[in-house]
Ligand binder design. Sequence first.
Ligand code: 6R9
Length: 649
Amino acid sequence: MSDSKHSGERVELPAAARSGTVCTASDYDGMYARSLDDSDSFWAEQAQRIDWVAEPTKVADWSFDPVAISWFTGGTLNICHNAVDRHVAAGNGARTALIFEPDDPDGTVRKISYAKLQRDVITMANTLKKMGVSKGDRVTIYMPMVPEGAMAMLACARIGAVHSVIFGGFSPEAIAGRIVDCRSDWVITADEGRRGGKPIALKKNVDEALDKVPNRGVLVFRNTGCPVTMVEGRDHWFHELSQDVPDDCPCEPMAAEDPLFILYTSGSTGKPKGVLHTTGGYAVWTETTFRFVFDYRENEVFWCTADIGWVTGHSYIVYGPLLNGATALMFEGVPNWPDHDRFWQVIDKHQVNIFYTAPTAIRALMREGNDHVTRHDLSSLRLLGSVGEPINPEAWRWYHDTVGKGAIPIVDTWWQTETGGVMITTLPGAHDMKPGSAGKPFFGICPQLVDGEGAVLEGEAEGNLCITRSWPGQARTLYGDHDRFVQTYFSTYPGKYFTGDGCRRDDDGYYWITGRVDDVINVSGHRMGTAEVESALVLHPKVSEAAVVGFPHDIKGQGIYCYVTLNAGEEAGDALTAELRQWVRKEIGPIATPDELHFTPALPKTRSGKIMRRILRKIAENEFASLGDISTLADPAVVEALVAGRKAR
Ligand code: 6R9
């Protein structure tokens, strides 16, 4: 272990991790070089692990200025065939595809083989067809973390429908907005979900959303059996509609660039962005990244704790593992219910080999002490992973030493909804680790650091993280708004994809993500546009203006800090604080609940009326000494009042 101020602490890869790996250090160097120097042949080779109906005639075909991205042109395929059917056809039908661990530890575990998954997906695909869904239709999926959620995605992919999964924690308003944005006529949901012992009223939320945006059909799964209202002609119980559907359903051949899914994510302006991924490139990218990043070995159990409503769930619960014929664990519950040892208990119970979670969960569990971990047998673990936000070295250490017993590697994987899969990480059999650093670029990834003016920074440097070349899993557009896609990602530094993240590269070529540089905050690994929360707040009749920033939060990484000015005559107080918190929950969902509401008579503004967020951020962070230049403020006294207010909290 070496220690250097600039390049960070280096934790050597255990010798055992280097043997039997899919990619050694020298393999990586050679493959990485080839992935850039001879990109087409490199990706054509990776693409051979996918079954194509028609082979692609061209590998990469893209430009970042103007922005037009295609991969595997001329190729046709079906990702459901690749994730499910081909494993059955190859004689692996009996292998477990999904292990379902329910919220309640005493509930029923389900083990779903590839053969069973195929039958269930066929039934679901035919039921969707019977309801009226056809190729190209957008289908909203608002499901609990049960296997039927994954099956719904695969069933859409099978018939060429485009899925748009909405996280079960989102509100009716958020569902309605997303349905309108992608003009989705269909919803797949369940009566109710469960998490941490509490019910989640999924069908009821859908009903409220559909009051605003009528839909053609809703397919409803019976999950908890709670009573729900079924709207005649619109709502269908799956167990009824699926009666008598045929038991075969051919996989629709899709062009490589046909849309596979839309996934909404937060941007720096109010409206969520419908990130669009297409079929061929996403299949190759998730298959390849899963294979190399997790170094998956036959019969291992892989557990990614994300929800399928986030990109991590799409790529590393559903598509990446299943494309590799792996066994993926799907967990309905939460880390701290019924007790803080739930994760460790599940690892022991299902003999999990690869465990992939988020720093927010690690920090929360670290707080509860080591006993919760040490009382379980975690010896099945071979590899740990982290995703969603920078992991602080202290949490990394605990994860490594207490969970991994200091004996197994950690992959800290940096990527985004827009990147489809992992972009920067160490590889578990190739690279030493550095706590807090994601590591090295994955094959085909060309990271570049630029300063505020766009000047390229070489060697050891800190700047804004761009990617200069396309990769197969890159998002192709924002649904229905290509201009916004270009504007958001390619206009700050023309000719480059701008990630929105700040980053440092050390003298070993390791990348250290420093966080978002735009008005997006990262709450428990979930991206939240500050503008979204502001819009929700100002919708309240008593609120005049709101400015939202992130601030350091022990568990969540960043918390939501809201500065609020009220309309004349309105009184601030605990009751209004509670009311506004509830209001934002209802507008966006529980993950957007403000942590701090700071009422203020005025916000710091420039003379041209722009809110000085930089200052608000510093005040929220308790960094009063470094407020910077406040001379351009219309009324500098506002700042003094805000600082006094912050200190008093
Ligand atoms: C996969 C996912 C993307 C943003 C990204 C960055 C942050 C994700 C990270 C990380 C540091 C890591 N992020 N992984 N920061 N180290 N290993 O999380 O996608 O929800 O779109 O968020 O999350 O800021 O830009 P998404």
